[in-house]
Write a protein that binds this ligand. Sequence first.
Ligand code: ADP
Ligand code: MG
Length: 492
Amino acid sequence: MTSDDDDLKHHVYPVDDCSTPDALQLNARWARVRGRLQSEVGDVEYRTWLRQMCLAGVDGEEVTLTLPTRFLRDWVRGHYGDRLNALWHSEDCRIRRVEIRVDAEGCGAPDPTDALSTLVNPATAARQEGKLARPDERIADARPDMSAALDPRFTFENFVVGKPNEFAYACARRVAECPASPAFNPLFLYGGVGLGKTHLMHAVAWELAGAPDRDPACGRTSVAYMSAEKFMYRFIAAIRSQSTMEFKEHLRSVDVLMVDDLQFLIGKDNTQEEFFHTFNALVDAGKQIVVSADKSPSDLSGLEDRLRTRLGCGMVADLHATTFELRISILQAKADRAHMEVPHKVLEFLAHKITTNVRELEGALNRLIAHANLFGRPITLESTQEVLHDILKAHDRRITIEEIQRKVAEHWHIRVSDMSSARRARAVARPRQVAMYLAKQLTSRSLPEIGRRFGNRDHTTVMHAVARVAELIERDAGFAEDVELLRRMLES
Ligand code: ADP
Ligand code: MG
């Protein structure tokens, strides 16, 4: 294996039931044990004490883990030993004991839970070190690992379902339960950045890799998961090393091929062509394809028409932008998993402020939790504003003059065009003045700029409007309420 393969190690091999152990099933179990432990103890504790654990091997009833120092070993044994035993036993009924040894060398691979490092499958890493016996070593060597690693946190259990993603979730579940049923093949997941496409894909792969209770009618399943970028990279590497036949054969030998972020193939004609042939060969052979992209097949201009057509032939499911409710549920689930008390108003505040990307929402919450743990202080709205100062600033919404004009016109039932018209009737002139006032308050536009956007009016007209509205707010409580309501609507 070349060093280029280091982040391509995860491969999910045929999975049967609890009575046929193989290293990959073991690997999936180990990832789940770690994942569960992490969600039970929280990220901070996990990172402090547990993340350096490595799987060294399994011998009959005993699993052996390693930690780099005696201190860590004793601590983990004392505090988490029982939990490790129980989690392993629940994964594999034959395991009765977890032994922890000291091994200063570590796993020899980056920490799979470290967001910054490339995810590497721990079993593969251990195998490389010669620590883990695997029954199917020969087969594995003959078939180079193609897949990228799976994130142990990206499971169905950890995916919060709400209106915007329930359809995509149901489709992913369905494919995981019984791949290659024609109505769901290919499964095409699409949506904006950070809405859970990769999460759902990994969840499908985990499920297929590790579910001993899968419907036997669905048969044995091997899965290859990779990003489109990796697909291209592997393809080019195969051309260079004159091993394209092996590359093709390997890809065509899997039961489920999952390619993430397909939009990457736009403009990469040769790779697209190769993907198209692989795709056809697999679908024709009754194998499952799961693909994700940032747009629907019909909107992926730049992909060949014939590929777009085939991609749209199965099930196309989009992940819509999150709603406020879904964001609250995701935050709550993540706070619960970290065993952290986060006041509801803080969750609401975050869900209001960070609206586009779940990854950023998650990052903000993690930072709050880490901060609270570090200083032993509870999370409050004030501390949130302080700790997340930079993130919140970046997410401050830019309110546009058009938006203000639209909202104000709607509120007083006038036409938006009247914001720029020459009409001077009070019913039109007063809302126009309010819109100017709000434009001054809520945007960074100068008075002349604002004037221009209101039918080329002079800056002194804007000045007059601002002063007049301020005066009315002082005098008329009903009017003040209207303006305040508009401001809040625009700011939310
Ligand atoms: P995408 O691939 O669509 O860009 P990801 O799948 O990488 O997005 O998701 C970004 C982050 O947000 C991940 O950490 C993922 O676990 C989290 N996330 C997204 N949607 C959900 C959800 N519905 N429930 C829980 N976590 C989610
Ligand atoms: Mg992704």
